[in-house]
Write a protein that binds this ligand. Structure first.
Ligand SMILES: Cc1cc2nc3c(=O)[nH]c(=O)nc-3n(C[C@H](O)[C@H](O)[C@H](O)COP(=O)(O)O)c2cc1C
Length: 403
């Protein structure tokens, strides 16, 4: 993503004018291994690049001299009104970016009038996060554990704490091979070795804050599963995932989860029409089209490319959402035009967290919403509800930066 201009070298959050600017602050502040953990993807990162290339390849079809002087960005999400078609995706271990992690993200979403999704792999517990943004609509994301009793217990806690929808992520039967993490020797909790000395020195403010938080604060814990006591062992991220999550989960297990949760259920990690149809048949209220931001199976298609076939297959029987690669307001407009009700962001708000905690997340949301509003005005479209394929050029465009 390039904005065509050169930002100041040591950009502040106030000077940031787009998500890439916020990313540059994040990249400056956090050590390389943390940056790579957040920015990286599976194996060759083909899907990470494809996500961006596919958005860039889509061209608009604007309607000049059409009055869009006032615009409506607000919509509803499973019946909940939101100010813009944007949601914070679940991101585990958000305290790596900022000690207040998931709490800061939930507060930013609440103050911006959008929904946030808490990862079950959060550092702060689901109760702590619910207390941080009381009354704001919040969703809870679940990875199904090998020990089903643990999953059932956390689902009951999420319901008791007031989370309104359960998001079940189905694209992590095992952890993807994130080669950046393997090369960096990235573990949870992080363990700097002599190899990392230069990096530690270059990022002393982050290291000092992290060390303080580990010793006296909340720390990088498994908030929902025993807190500090659960992170006694230092493990590679992938090994931690593989030792806990159930690789044998099947469609029938969705029905078991359905019996535990009486509210709306969302399935996250769908990238083809057959899986979307099955999800609807199994009673899912929404299909979240996602390739996990290219972090899991490398070689999956860009989500924006498969969205039309999935929207067709679902055929209004469930809501359809999209994430993976959203970096611009134009991306959100393209996804809505192709059939998504809302878009989710993962890394962009983590950049914001690292750049400025809650204020950083609010800044990212504000930038994307501003870009979305400007895009609607330039298209001549007065409301997000009016977006459909007719606002896009139907001929496939030449790929600009696809691999
Ligand atoms: C650091 C990081 C941690 C993530 N943790 C989770 C998680 O715990 N559960 C989950 O369903 N998805 C997780 N995701 C995936 C996001 O929910 C989302 O699908 C993805 O980030 C979207 O792509 P984007 O980062 O390009 O916006 C994570 C993503 C990142 C970057």
């Amino acid at each position: 993503m390039k904005d065509g201009s050169t930002p100041p070298r040591r950009l502040t959050l106030a000077q940031a004018i787009n998500v890439e600017d916020v990313r540059s602050i994040f990249a400056r502040k956090v050590p390389t291994a943390v940056r790579d953990f957040i920015d990286g993807g599976g194996e060759d990162e083909v899907t990470v690049r494809r996500n961006r290339g596919a958005f860039e390849a889509i061209e608009f079809r604007n309607r000049p001299l059409t009055d869009a002087s006032t615009r409506t960005l607000s919509t509803t999400l499973l019946g909940t009104p939101i100010t813009a078609p944007l949601v914070l995706a679940p991101v585990g271990l958000a305290s790596l970016a900022h000690p207040l992690g998931e709490r800061a993200a939930a507060m930013a979403a609440a103050s911006s009038g959008i929904v946030s999704t808490l990862s079950s792999s959060s550092c702060w517990s689901l109760e702590d996060v619910a207390d941080a943004a009381p009354g704001a609509p919040k969703w809870f994301q679940l990875y199904v554990w090998r020990d089903r009793a643990i999953s059932a217990d956390v689902v009951a806690r999420a319901r008791a704490a007031g989370y309104t929808a359960l998001v079940v992520t189905v694209d992590v039967p095992v952890g993807g091979r994130r080669e950046r993490d393997l090369r960096n020797g990235f573990t949870i909790p992080p363990r700097p070795t002599w190899r990392h000395t230069g990096d530690v020195i270059r990022h002393l403010p982050w290291v000092a804050r992290f060390a303080w938080d580990e010793m006296f604060g909340h720390g990088l814990t498994m908030g929902n599963f025993g807190g500090r006591t659960a992170v006694t062992q230092r493990l590679a991220f992938m090994d931690r995932v593989n030792s806990r999550f159930d690789p044998g989960m099947t469609w029938d297990d969705l029905e078991w989860l359905r019996s535990l949760w009486d509210g709306p259920m969302v399935i996250k990690g769908i990238t083809n029409a057959d899986a979307a149809r099955e999800a609807v048949a199994r009673g899912m209220d929404a299909v979240w089209v996602s390739n996990h931001g290219g972090r899991q199976l490398d070689g999956l298609p860009a989500t924006i490319d498969v969205l039309p076939e999935i929207a067709d297959a679902v055929d209004d029987r469930a809501e359809v959402y999209l994430d993976s690669g959203i970096r611009r307001g134009t991306d959100i407009v393209k996804a809505l035009a192709r059939g998504a009700r809302v878009c989710m962001i993962g890394r962009p708000y983590v950049y914001g967290l690292a750049a400025g905690g809650q204020a950083g997340v609010e800044k990212v949301i504000e930038l994307l919403v501003k870009e979305l509003d400007t895009t609607l005005a330039l298209l001549g479209c007065a409301s997000v509800d009016r977006l459909d394929e007719s606002w896009l050029r139907s001929a496939p465009a030449r790929r600009l930066s696809a691999p």
